[in-house]
Design a protein. Structure first.
Length: 367
């Protein structure tokens, strides 16, 4: 069978290994597995959300209200925009796909940081769009601007991942706004804020306010998700916020009922429990200090993080893969960043006991 030629050399996204794989391959009891690979909320989901979803579990045979009016209204109230400024996606990942299909193509490429979320490139390559990247791994806006000015006619979408996944660094909001001022109004600026709750908690200068962003820049779209701080990774709910004209075009690409009845309810209720989010953010950065201290004591290079993960970089060739594989055998799942061309591991900040267990094992593996 012949497939689209563009798929021939395309490498798919490599997600963090699931708990089930470790149970199957290494015979470790599921309750003993520690998974800190996919940046999930270690505190799970808000009890308020769990109770609300349980109460409507008998309605999973029903399609959701496809207008998503209650969720849109709640988001509009939170971010001081209108429901016409919002599109709902199956994770913010789906809004990335909408943006690529709406503005990129064979004659209109995308511009990203040297190392950033892989789906920007994957979605672009599937439609034949060129992908331009900065030399720097992180978001060097001088490099972004240089490439943009040289290739302006060939670039339809610019992706800014703030904070940056998988590295953890984050630009100040002011720097992002200064950069967007230099971008033509026909170029779509996608500001991916999947980890924004963490960034603004750590440093107020990182906060990007959606209403401010789209008022200043009608060609910009803010992406948010319920997967990280809200603990709904398994429910797949994200959103895009933009000028009503932009959202109208992106919405044309949305399939009907693209999130489930239970996911919709979970997201609506999650917005009502900000106390749960606040606890998540506070403990995340308290626990991150353990990893920073460990790295400093052992001379490990780590990247300052504004997220719920930290990245350790190694000098010894293939050291990250060796450590990751050895930990898998012990029931600990971390993220080997080899697929990003890095000799590094990304560690989600877990519960205190989980973090202590991981560091104890790392102590014996890292000399």
């Amino acid at each position: 069978m012949k497939f689209n030629e563009r798929l021939k050399n395309l490498v798919g996204y490599e997600a963090g290994k699931p708990i089930e794989l470790v149970v199957r391959e290494y015979g470790i009891d599921e309750k003993d597995v520690i998974k800190l690979a996919s940046n999930e909320n270690p505190y799970g989901v808000s009890p308020v959300v769990a109770d609300a979803v349980a109460r409507i579990s008998n309605k999973m045979h029903l399609y959701p209200d496809d207008s998503y009016f209650e969720l849109k209204d709640a988001l509009a109230d939170k971010f001081k925009v209108t429901s016409e400024n919002i599109v709902i996606g199956s994770g913010s990942d789906q809004i990335i796909e909408f943006a690529v299909h709406a503005k990129a193509g064979e004659n209109s490429g995308v511009l990203t940081a040297g190392t950033t979320f892989a789906m920007y490139e994957i979605y672009s390559l599937t439609i034949g769009a060129k992908v331009f990247k900065t030399v720097s791994k992180e978001h060097n806006l001088d490099e972004f601007l240089k490439i943009y000015e040289e290739r302006k006619s060939e670039i339809g979408v610019i992706f800014l991942c703030v904070p940056n996944n998988p590295l953890g660094g984050c630009l100040d909001a002011k720097d992002i706004y200064d950069f967007l001022k230099k971008i033509d109004e026909d170029t779509l600026g996608v500001v991916d804020c999947a980890y924004q709750e963490f960034a603004k908690f750590k440093d107020g200068a990182k906060e990007i306010k959606p209403n401010e962003l789209i008022t200043k820049f009608p060609n910009a779209v803010y992406l948010g998700t319920f997967s990280k701080a809200y603990g709904l990774g398994g429910m797949r709910v994200g959103y895009g916020i933009g000028d009503a004209r932009v959202i109208k075009e992106l919405s044309k690409l949305r399939a009907p009922f693209n999130i489930t009845t239970l996911s919709l309810k979970a997201a609506i209720e999650a917005l009502k429990d900000e106390e749960f989010v606040a606890k998540t953010l506070k403990t995340n950065f308290e626990e991150m200090k353990k990893y920073e201290k460990f790295a400093k004591e052992r001379g490990i290079d780590y990247l300052p993080s504004y997220t719920n993960f930290i990245v350790y970089e190694f000098k010894e060739p293939s050291e990250a893969s060796r450590i990751s594989q050895e930990l898998l055998k012990r029931g600990i799942i971390l993220r080997d960043l080899k697929s990003y061309g890095m000799n590094a591991i990304r560690i989600t900040i877990g519960l205190p006991a989980q973090n202590d267990a991981v560091l104890k094992e790392l102590k014996g593996l890292i000399k």
